[in-house]
Design a protein around this ligand. Structure first.
Ligand code: HEM
Ligand code: HEM
Length: 190
């Protein structure tokens, strides 16, 4: 299995980065839209893609542990180094925690979770009013709901910083950081 090198990223790193990146951006957008408009038709899709992305996040964390972080392309100041590392950690931790909190809040809240129609956790309808559900653990559902909301905001901030960093490398430093993440072989000098 080819590992990342300073000049070229492995196919694993490229594929996992872009699948998770676009998946997470789409989930952040649908999540916010759902929360603001109560568009219930989107809920099963958000949950199914959220569970699917969780599988890729696990593969990605496993790949990071085996491969390590990709070495830098351009010159970095100590502050730049620290900032990019901190943001990468926030992104990895955020993408791992969002599916867990999302799953727990839906399951514990009694709403259930299905994966593209396959029932993973059954909903818990209220016998008095079958349109409503009864929580299995209302406190845990509440805490994980709050964490899912905070996590979403944290991820949005981290993604914004991350994309600004990628654009800074490309447009201001003019090094190969972004081109390498797009699959191009780059020189080691900035
Ligand atoms: C259009 C949006 C994005 C662009 C242009 C972009 C660009 C990049 C670039 C150029 C790198 C390489 C940095 C280096 O060589 O040190 C990188 C790494 C990384 N990106 Fe993104 N990214 C985007 C979205 C995201 C999103 C949404 C996430 C997470 C949810 C993410 C997570 C990461 C992580 C964790 C790394 C570290 C290397 C790795 O684990 O693959 N990125 N990104
Ligand atoms: C990387 C994965 C995920 C991301 C980035 C994400 C993102 C979000 C965001 C940003 C919100 C809006 C929260 C707010 O403004 O308070 C949201 C809402 C929601 N998410 Fe996720 N989510 C993910 C995975 C999941 C999973 C796996 C489930 C369930 C199995 C789930 C269930 C929900 C539900 C039910 C809501 C709506 C809550 C409400 O209307 O009160 N999410 N999500």
């Amino acid at each position: 299995m080819r590992l990342d090198s300073p000049t070229r990223l492995s196919p694993n790193t490229l594929a996992l980065h872009w699948v998770v990146a676009f998946g997470v951006i789409a989930l952040l957008a649908t999540g916010l839209y759902m929360e603001q408009t109560g568009a219930y038709a989107l809920y099963p899709w958000h949950k199914s893609f959220g569970v699917l992305i969780a599988l890729f996040v696990v593969l990605r964390v496993d790949w990071r542990i085996r491969n390590g972080w990709p070495p830098h392309v351009g010159d970095h100041t100590p502050v730049g180094n620290l900032l990019s590392k901190a943001v990468h950690w926030l992104l990895i931790i955020g993408t791992a925690l969002m599916p867990i909190t999302g799953f727990l809040m839906s399951a514990m809240g009694g709403h259930g979770v299905a994966f593209f129609g396959i029932e993973l956790v059954a909903p818990n309808p209220d016998p008095a009013d079958p349109q409503e559900v009864v929580a299995h653990n209302a406190a845990l559902a509440q805490v994980t709901h709050t964490l899912h909301g905070w996590g979403g905001n944290l991820l949005i901030g981290a993604v914004a910083l991350h994309v600004m960093g990628a654009l800074k490398h490309h447009l201001i430093d003019r090094d190969g950081t972004l081109r390498r993440m797009l699959g191009t072989e780059v020189g080691t000098a900035p």
